[in-house]
Design a protein around this ligand. Structure first.
Ligand code: NAD
Length: 278
């Protein structure tokens, strides 16, 4: 259970949802945590993002598991902010061993109606943010000759759906970046792998904007109205996975023992990837 004792894990988008589940999973297995989240809404995103209180709650949960925690409000789109966070974390804990580049947003619009603001927000948070996260931690990992980096793509990083030009582009991009970074860092015992989740039960999916997009025929669709539509995206007919199911895959990639698995993509998607040819 204490496989990660005295390891230090940095998780972006850690205030809630999957990021929180990953933080708690690492803390319960002995890691100290560096938590990052922007904790502010975006005018381009139709649902609320996390709050400072959410980030404090994740930190409280990490500390309740008996581990140390540095929680900082940073936007991953801010390169200097991410570099300053890496420096601060290394000063406090001595190193960063594990990184989960998880922060992201979801937005949809047909490409012919897609505003620049939507495109820029999705690419900044989901793609540039992952680049900044890896770029900020890589120098320290290279110097220490050790690292486990996990990026968060999506089943939409290997397929697509109407309205998802920006989101799908960002998540396909994460996979390309992951593979290239794996090659760049291969000589330093640093692995870089991606997870590609299906529908995960978090505030990113449970919001009125997405429910209305999934059921445009209804005025105010409820969770039970949208569940069949979400389930149809998976091969196993469950509408949603739990965040902890993704944590399991992330713990696997983050293990010191998995030193020679790098540049891979692991779907956690109730079989959705089985429908995709590549
Ligand atoms: P969520 O909205 O609950 O959590 C995302 C977190 O990231 C929020 O706390 C938000 O404040 C933070 N964030 C967003 N942009 C940020 C930025 N630029 N800098 C710092 N923090 C930022 O959603 P989630 O489901 O936990 O999403 C986690 C990751 O999983 C995202 O990358 C998402 O695209 C991906 N994903 C989600 C699903 C799903 O169905 N929920 C499926 C596949 C992939």
């Amino acid at each position: 259970m204490n496989e990660f004792t005295d390891r230090v894990a940095l998780i972006t988008g850690a205030a809630r949802g999957q990021g929180r589940a990953h933080a708690v999973a690492f803390a319960r297995r002995g890691a100290d945590l560096v938590l990052c989240d922007r904790c502010t809404d975006s005018s381009a995103i139709a649902y609320p993002l996390a709050t400072a209180a959410d980030l404090e709650e994740t930190a409280r949960m990490v500390e309740a598991a008996g581990r140390r925690c540095l929680a900082v409000r940073v936007d991953t789109a801010d390169r200097l902010g991410m570099e300053a966070l890496a420096t601060r974390a290394e000063e406090k804990f001595g190193r960063i061993d594990i990184v989960v580049a998880n922060a992201g947003v979801s937005a949809a619009a047909p490409i012919q109606d897609c505003p620049d603001a939507l495109w820029e927000e999705v690419i900044a948070s989901n793609l540039t943010g992952v680049f900044h996260t890896i770029a900020a931690v890589a120098p320290g990992m290279i110097a220490r000759n050790y690292g486990r980096i996990v990026t968060v793509s999506s089943m939409m990083g290997r397929s697509s759906a109407p309205g998802l030009a920006a989101y799908a582009a960002s998540k396909w991009g994460v996979i390309g970046m992951t593979k290239s970074a794996a090659l760049d860092l291969a000589s330093y015992d640093i692995t870089v792998n991606a997870v590609a989740p299906g529908n995960v039960s978090t505030p990113m999916v449970h919001n009125d904007a997405l429910y209305s997009m999934m059921r445009p025929d209804l005025d105010a669709p409820s969770r039970s109205d949208v569940e069949p539509v979400f389930a149809s995206l998976h091969a196993q007919r469950v509408p949603f996975l739990e965040p902890e199911e993704v944590s399991g895959a992330i713990l696997f990639f983050a293990s010191a023992a998995n030193a020679h698995i790098t540049g891979t993509v692991l779907p956690i998607d109730a079989g959705a990837a089985a429908r995709v040819s590549a």
